[in-house]
Each structure stands twice: as structure tokens, then as C-alpha cells.
Design a protein around this ligand. Sequence first.
Ligand code: PLP
Length: 416
Amino acid sequence: MIKINKNFLELQDNYLFSNINKKVESYLEKNPNANIIKLGIGDVTRPIPSSIVEKMKKAAEEMQYEDSFRGYGPEQGYEFLRKKILESEYKDLDIDLDEIFISDGAKCDTVNIIELFDKDIKVGIPNPVYPVYLDSNIIYGTSGKYIVEKNEYENIIYINFTEENNFEPLPEELEQIPDLIYICSPNNPTGTVMKKDNLEKWVKFAKKNNSIILFDAAYEAFIKDEDIPHSIYEVSGAKEVAIEFKSFSKTAGFTGLRCAYTIVPKNIRIMNDGKEVSSNKLWNRRQSTKFNGVSYITQRAAESVYTEEGKKEIKDNITYYMENAKIIKNGLEEIGIKTFGGVNSPYIWMKTPNGIESWRFFDVLLEEYNIVGTPGVGFGTNGEGFFRLTAFGNKFKTIEAMERLISKKEIIFDLI
Ligand code: PLP
């Protein structure tokens, strides 16, 4: 008899974005003329730079001639792109070409990588978190059962991101030792970053305890401060304990095009029954079996991200978003709201006025100001009392949103 994977039944329904949409739709039904400004989206809005689109057109044309047509590509990605990534992103970091794997998304890679590990490992997951890390562990079976009273999973070690630790937790704060540790920097949803000395502590911790770090740097391109690592391999010893994920999604507007890459160092060796197993070999085998590679046209597009023109156009887009981040951060601070992030990241994590619940703040923002954001509690229990705004919107609308808040600031501060 056919049976389902019961782990799916452990998933808690995540109504975050559907609830947001429902609330907005219902508000618009009653107020059809409302001019809603959306500052909740985690998707980019700037189009793909023209120099990249031109390269895609050229690559598409190649497909129509017998001598330049390409069929199945290498599952690990074309060498032209891997070489470009190596030269441009990992020049002095001692990474080899066969440690770079091209994929169609950091989301899929952070999900699929768990297949390399046993189901009885302990996984350390941030709270609040990019929900994909948690849900993929629930589906795979590493999370164990959901404990209703605690609103937690029995086998997950929660890494608490709180105001007290400045949303930059350290390994010594953990009560148990995770075998697998998710670190996302710049962080979604808090917008905060991991400084080098703190990252060093995590790498040391992982080395000491034979743990592996999954380092998600999908927002690396937004880092502005010079002392913030763009790659975990800037930390000495990380090549023995860390797998890194990067993506063209937010960097170059590829959220609809799909291209990312993952570094699985050969130095990461996992002991199995007294024998060493290379995680690089396992991942290579996994990708060769289950993944068909990213389209040639898309990989040519990704390659052109590194041309002089591509770099300039991408930088302009990032500057545009980071100006929005500044507008939001300054606007909120002007009216006395405490904010985190938004300096090296497109996300601004704000404390709700008078500590009101995130969903209540959502309603007030929608109804009084016609602004939409994301309630922090939707990312985990530690997100209660916080709210996420993003810099991915239109600049003029972002300015207008802040003007609305500033002009009627007393409303939110009267809330208790
Ligand atoms: N990692 C984080 C932290 C994200 O917030 C996102 C998307 O929002 C992703 C990964 C997904 O990246 P990609 O588009 O490459 O799948």
C-alpha cells in the first residue's frame, strides 16, 4: 500500500504571505481608492541590466545554429561561469574550480544539501529565520516532532536572534551543540550582519565539535562596510567546516531567471564508521543524479554580470535599493522607532512601537497609512514585537511611505 512521507504532516501551515494578501485584498474591497505602498516584498523590482539581456539574446541566437547549439550542459555548471566566479569572488580565498557548483537557486541548494547528512543529526536553526531552512528540515525528518506547548520542534536547536544579542548570536549562547548550523549573513529577516570576529568564533566552534556550517550569503552584494566578510572563507579554517551559498537573484535581478552557486570545499570531510567521506564528492554525485544544470542562456547571462558594464549596472541597482533602505531607516528613526539592519542589507527590522504585536502593527500600518510590511512573528517566535520592511520597492513610493508615517506619527505611538 502506498504511504506518504509523514514528515509533511509535521509542517505547520505558514499563512504569513497569504494572510498578508488576504488582509490587503479585503482592505481594498472596502477602500478601492486606497493607494497602497508595498514595503513587504522580498523580491527585486529593478529590471535585469541591459548589458546582461544583450548577452542572453546572443546566447539564444547561438542555439539556432548547429555548430553553436548546446544540449545538456554539465550538472556542475559551465566552466566559463565557474571560472568567472572563481576569479571574481574567490580570487584570494584558495577555492578550486571543482568546489563551485552552479544551480538554479540558493533556495534549492540550502534545501537539497541536507540530503548529504543523516536524519538523526541535530540541526541549529535561527529564530527568526528564512522559513525555508526550517521547513526543509521538517520534510527531510531532521526536525522531529512539533511540540505544541513549546511551539518548537523536538530535535531543532534554536539559535536565538534577539535585541539583547544585537541579532548576532554567538556559539557560547547555545545550550546544545548542533551538528549542522545555518548562518545567514546579511540576514533575512533581521538585516543584520555577522562581523568577522564573530564568524571566527562560529568556525572555531564548528571545528571543535565536528559540525558543519551552512553559510547563506544570498545578500552579500549589499554589504557596504569594509570589515564585514563577503564570504565565510575569509575566515581562516572555514574551508574545513563551511559550505557557502550565493545567488544572482538579489545581486543582479535574477529572481525570475534563476542562477546561483554553492561552494562545497574538498577539505570538508565527514567521518563515517571510521572512514572519511568527502562532502564535495557526495554533492557532486547528488547533483549529477538529480540536477540537470542551469540553461546555457542563463549561465551566459550570469557570466556577463562580471563584465565592466554588468558590474556597473548591477552596482547602480544595489545603490538604488540601498538608498531606499536609508530612506526607510532614517524615516523610522526620525519618529523614534528603533531599527536594525538596513545598512549592509536591503532589510530593515524595526521594533514595533510600545512593543505591540507584529500583526496588530501590520493592521495599523495598512489601515492608517496604507503601507504593507511583514510581521516579524511570521519568521519565528523571536520575531514577535518586530516588523520587516524591505528596500526593494520604488524610490518615490518609499519616500512617500515615510512621509505618511512622519506626518501622522502620533497614531502609532498612541497604540498600547
Ligand atoms: N536565502 C535567503 C536568505 C533568501 O532570503 C532567499 C530569497 O528570498 C534565498 C536564499 C533564495 O535565493 P534564490 O533566489 O537564489 O533561490
